[in-house]
Write a protein that binds this ligand. Structure first.
Ligand SMILES: NC(=O)CC[C@H](N)C(=O)O
Length: 369
């Protein structure tokens, strides 16, 4: 959009880098960890993905907003990103089904954004310097004052955020008479992950992050799902205990992203903060079991430590990232449990990896009798 009527806005990074642009979305100030998403489409799903809670997202695609927003293109009950940085953020939209412009939608969701930024230079900078905190403001333009505000922002390393986006109360989805019953530990699940299980005939019960195993067992599930979510997995002591308890049940268990990291931690495999993470829709992953490559959707800033996985005798590496050889999937040798670092529900993204949901449901069916 960028017109002269827009208020000026400023972006300050923790290393002192400053970019000037125009305000978009809510007028105000916001801070969080800066990250970038390389996807060309699917902005509404990205903005509503609870795994982005606490993060300010740079959208690499130069045009964002062209197809507006729509109530059904969401991954949760609202926008979860802390803020957004774009080159051209469009108010005009051309999709017939859209009900609101991106600007109206972000204002309604209280999201402070900045546009007109040289996002190519900014992304290159973050790629070189790594993840760091940043602040966007369209009300404070004084850099010294912004530095003071930014200093208050906690570091993502060591931050527990999942309990802030988890459901407050349990809820169910799917057909209650289904023989396939999956207990979901919700650390900020994306709706389409649950949908992928329901579409395959499962009855799903979603539990708050801090639910103990005794409560999960009352549902008598024949499978467990450990969800994606925001924050540092190593800071989630309560969840590591629950995942250990879940694994003691020896029932089919599937983890995605944060869930994958928690399954690793529950097996004494450590996690680490990545330099700048993986976020986008075209990350190539090799399935080491089939030898096939999948193009995947990704959104993570932490990873599972490769050296520590190799030392774990009960764990097999099933998937690796073809860009940087990072660990993308594991399975346990002594029980029916597996997990992936990427997002097989792929909303948005290519559907190459949706077979993992079939694998999970089939695993549950095999272990039912
Ligand atoms: N999508 C996710 O579940 C993200 C997991 C974790 N918060 C990370 O950034 O690595």
């Amino acid at each position: 959009m960028s017109n002269t009527l827009q208020k000026p806005a400023v972006l300050l990074l923790a290393d002192g880098t400053v970019h000037y642009g125009k305000a978009f979305g809510k007028i105000g100030t916001t801070a969080g960890e800066i990250c970038f998403n390389t996807g060309m489409t699917g902005y509404q799903e990205v903005f509503t993905d609870p795994s982005y809670y606490g993060q300010v997202v740079i959208m690499n695609n130069v045009h964002v907003g062209n197809y507006g927003t729509k109530d059904t293109d969401v991954e949760s009950d609202g926008v979860k990103i802390r803020g957004m940085i774009g080159r051209n953020l469009e108010e005009q939209y051309s999709r017939k089904q859209a009900t609101e412009s991106l600007d109206q939608y972000l204002i309604k969701n209280n999201i402070v954004c900045i546009e007109g930024v040289d996002t190519r230079a900014l992304v290159t900078h973050v790629r070189e310097k790594g993840a760091m905190n940043c602040i966007i403001s369209s009300e404070i333009l004084d850099i010294d004052q912004l530095k003071k505000e930014l200093a208050k922002e906690p570091n993502m390393d060591g931050l527990e955020l999942a309990s802030k986006v988890s459901t407050a109360e349990p809820y169910t989805l799917g057909d209650p008479s289904s023989a396939v019953k999956i207990a979901v530990l919700d650390f900020g699940t994306k709706q389409h992950i649950l949908q992928c299980m329901v579409e395959r005939g499962a009855y799903v019960k979603v539990f708050p992050a801090k639910t103990p195993i005794s409560e999960l067992k009352k549902f008598a599930p024949n499978g467990y799902f450990i969800s994606n979510g925001p924050g540092d997995p190593a800071a989630m002591d309560y969840a590591i205990i629950t995942v250990k308890d879940v694994l003691k049940e020896k029932k089919p268990t599937f983890g995605i992203c944060l869930g994958h990291q928690l399954i690793a931690l529950a097996n004494d495999i450590s996690t680490y903060k990545m330099h700048h993470g993986h976020r986008g829709l075209n990350h190539p992953v090799k399935n080491l079991v089939t030898g096939k490559c999948e193009v995947t959707t990704q959104n993570h800033g932490f990873g599972v430590d490769p050296e520590s996985v190799k030392k774990a005798k009960n764990v097999e590496i099933t998937h690796v990232n073809l860009n940087d050889n990072s660990i993308e999937g594991i399975k346990l040798k002594d029980q029916p449990a597996f997990s992936v670092q990427y997002h097989p529900e792929s909303t948005p993204g290519p559907h190459d990896s949706r077979y993992l949901f079939d694998d999970f449901i089939n695993l549950i069916k095999e272990h039912m009798n």
